[in-house]
Design a protein around this ligand. Structure first.
Ligand SMILES: O=P(O)(O)OC[C@H]1O[C@@H](O)[C@H](O)[C@@H](O)[C@@H]1O
Length: 298
């Protein structure tokens, strides 16, 4: 199965937005938009949607929509002079029709697509660094979704960047979920001018707005959803930090592309490299990988 096989289809949604649809033999699927290189949907073989998308999402290409997995690059949040979360999520990516083969250790039964982003003349005016960003989105035979980024410096001077996969998980009820894997870590709290705190020893639960970057986490994080009896596993490589975000009631009401009550159904847990930006010398390449899976739980 490869990019040109029947498991991969390029299509347009009803708004004319180009998408790549990946399917596995059991019927699981993923949809990736060329606008923003954003994964919009990830479904199990039973057709269950695993990613949140707002009913108020605004489809205005090339801007990222509220939900799925927008990519924050080369800046996270407002930690720099660029627009919030960098420009990559608001650019048109292209499909690489001739992608390099998968790594020899990678199972060959993956449906995958490679999207590319290179800076335009205008991008170079606001961020004067030539790069090639290759995003490989794969769907495995087990229905796992993997996002692998390769960012290459094709400049004559070094540059530094931050990156985050802003992953909107679909959950039953924010008050009922817990996140494991972030206990005892230090975090920067965006709600307190990025002040540094230390998490207690318990799993994370939610009862108000949260907007944090956990630092130097282990490579597996779990989101337990008791009501839906399922657990998301987030496995990451090259992404030391984890963003956790839920706008809660008050902030939701200020967001035009988000329903007032939708904060109950979503939780963003983002594999990221934020605290220490990544520096690439000319010709160097960085790789970061996120693999998402879902398992039944009691
Ligand atoms: O509204 P945006 O730009 O998509 O950002 C959504 C949120 O993204 C999160 O990653 C940030 O930590 C939040 O501060 C931010 O509000």
């Amino acid at each position: 199965m490869n990019q040109s096989g029947p498991a991969v289809e390029v299509t347009k949604d009803r708004n004319g937005i180009l998408q790549v649809v990946l399917r596995n033999p059991r019927g699981a699927s993923a949809r990736v938009s060329l606008y923003g290189g954003q994964v919009l949907s990830w479904r199990t073989d039973r057709g269950e949607e695993l990613l949140f998308a707002s009913t108020k999402a605004i489809f205005k290409p090339p801007y990222a929509v509220r939900g799925g997995i927008p990519i924050c690059f080369p800046q996270f949040g407002q930690r720099g002079s660029l627009e919030q979360h960098g420009f990559a999520r608001n650019r048109i990516w292209i499909i690489d029709d001739n992608p390099p083969p998968l790594h020899p250790n990678d199972p060959s039964d993956k449906a995958y697509t490679d999207l590319l982003l290179k800076p335009s003349e205008d991008d170079l005016k606001i961020w004067p660094n030539s790069f090639e960003f290759r995003l490989r989105v794969s769907l495995t035979a087990d229905g796992n979704l993997s996002l692998m980024s390769r960012i290459r410096n094709i400049n004559y001077k070094p540059f530094s960047f931050s990156i985050a996969y802003l992953t909107y998980f679909s959950i039953s009820d924010i008050s009922e979920v817990r996140v494991e894997g972030l206990e005892t870590l230090d975090y920067l709290d965006n709600l307190c001018q990025r002040e540094r705190f230390t998490e207690q020893g318990d799993a994370l639960t939610f009862e108000s707005e949260v907007d944090r970057i956990y630092l130097g986490s282990r490579d597996t994080i779990a989101i337990f959803d008791h009501e839906r009896k399922r657990t998301f596993l987030i496995q990451k490589q090259g992404l030391p930090d984890v963003g956790v975000w839920n706008p809660w009631e008050k902030k939701s009401k200020t967001m035009v592309d988000f329903g007032d009550e939708e904060y109950k159904e979503m939780l963003c847990v983002n594999g990221a490299a934020v605290e220490k930006p990544i520096t690439l010398k000319p010709g160097e390449e960085w790789t970061g990988r996120l693999e998402l899976s879902v398992v039944p739980s009691s």
